[in-house]
Design a protein around this ligand. Structure first.
Ligand code: ADP
Ligand code: MG
Length: 247
């Protein structure tokens, strides 16, 4: 059966002046509606490439990316994105930054309604009282919280996060993991999280996809459904093949 996000047999190479650079060589990922899919793999294995294919910024050379029954062939407004270094408009307040996607996706929505939606999300991530601040007045972790709100404010079909917590210190990062879980509990969304932090992938993911090899393939699909006190042991093989051993 086709999944909400269905990535089948995807192959992709970049054209470079030294000829084609194959990056993905047979990617199979299926994500159900409301599921959280974490994708891990070493640097350069094609994780960001995968996000570009799902968001429609690029088309695969072979195979298909299908989102809710429709092949993704051009950039979509219904995708929410979050990155390691969120870009915010410095001349706008945090609240206005979070409201931005609504101005694009829901131009008919009244200002009060947009504000209410953005305010509600900011409160959920612990930024109540910071609505009127400028982005530069916030810490890195707070800016990332605001960028999460902005990424889901318009209820996108899928939230794609490309190493969103990579630049944060460990304490802040783990706080944000919990915030992600709280957000999901309050408001279910379908998510693809790119990370090279295996702990993060297992903490947040309903399934973990391990990409490895050059060009990369789907190496393992792990259904994560472990008790809260779960522990994992992680081994890296010489070719940076990540293996997850569940104890
Ligand atoms: P990851 O996000 O896993 O670190 P990327 O998807 O960014 O990996 O990149 C995969 C490989 O493709 C890398 O070797 C990178 O240098 C190369 N690459 C990425 N984008 C381009 C591009 N636009 N043109 C040529 N090569 C690229
Ligand atoms: Mg990347």
């Amino acid at each position: 059966m086709q999944k909400f996000i269905d990535i089948r047999g995807v192959k992709h190479a970049y054209k470079t002046k030294n000829g084609p650079l194959p990056v993905l060589d047979g990617l199979d990922v299926g994500v159900g509606e409301g599921e959280f899919c974490a994708v891990v793999g070493p640097s350069g294995c094609g994780k960001s490439t995968l996000t570009r294919l799902v968001s429609g910024l690029m088309r695969p050379d072979e195979g298909a990316v299908v989102l809710d029954g429709q092949e993704v062939s051009s950039p979509r407004k219904t995708v929410g994105m979050a990155f390691q270094n969120p870009v915010m408009l410095e001349w706008r307040t945090i609240l206005e930054n979070v409201m931005l996607p609504l101005e694009i996706v829901a131009p008919g929505m009244g200002r009060a309604e947009k504000e209410a939606r953005a305010t509600h999300l900011l409160e959920m991530v612990g930024l109540k009282g910071f609505e009127k601040k400028r982005p530069s007045e916030l810490s890195g972790g707070m800016r990332q919280r605001a960028s999460l709100c902005r990424a889901i404010v318009h209820k996108p079909q899928v939230l794609i996060m490309d190493e969103p917590f990579g630049a944060l210190d460990n304490f802040t990062r783990e706080d944000l993991w919990q915030t992600m879980r709280d957000l999901r509990a309050a408001e279910p969304f379908t998510c693809i999280l790119i990370t090279h932090d295996l702990r993060e992938s297992v903490f947040l993911g309903d399934q973990v996809i391990v990409l490895s090899g050059r060009p990369a393939r789907t190496q393992y699909v792990l259904d994560v459904d472990l008790p809260a006190d779960r522990t994992i042991d992680i081994l890296y093989e010489p070719k940076a093949v990540a293996m997850l051993h569940l104890l």
